[in-house]
Write a protein that binds this ligand. Structure first.
Ligand SMILES: [Zn+2]
Length: 103
């Protein structure tokens, strides 16, 4: 009667995605130190966060990134994925406004 019998033991149905969540976590080395970076789907969020990259709110149910300096949970911040990606390229004190640097 159990449809699960059709699945081999190590090949679970999709509903077990939860277990894979931690694989969305990685480490990134930044100017300030080593960040733990986790990708969130946003589906489980209950509040919106302000992105420190652009100072805009991240709406609910929006895939984004949460990052914090290793060993410093206090530094934990939610970022738009795009803002986080840009962060690494922006050097402190040389912030440019609208003039895109030439590469
Ligand atoms: Zn942002």
């Amino acid at each position: 009667m159990s449809p699960r019998k059709n699945y081999p033991k190590n090949k679970r149905p999709k509903s077990d995605d939860r277990d894979i969540a931690t694989s969305n976590q990685r480490f990134e080395e930044h100017h300030e130190g080593l960040y733990t970076v986790r990708k969130l789907t946003g589906s489980g969020s209950t509040k919106s966060y302000r992105c420190p990259g652009c100072d805009q709110m991240i709406p609910l149910a929006t895939p984004h990134v949460v990052a914090w300096l290793e060993g410093d949970e206090e530094s934990r911040r939610h970022w738009h994925s795009a803002c986080w990606a840009k962060k690494d390229k922006r050097r402190p004190n040389t912030e440019r406004t609208r003039n895109a640097p030439r590469y």
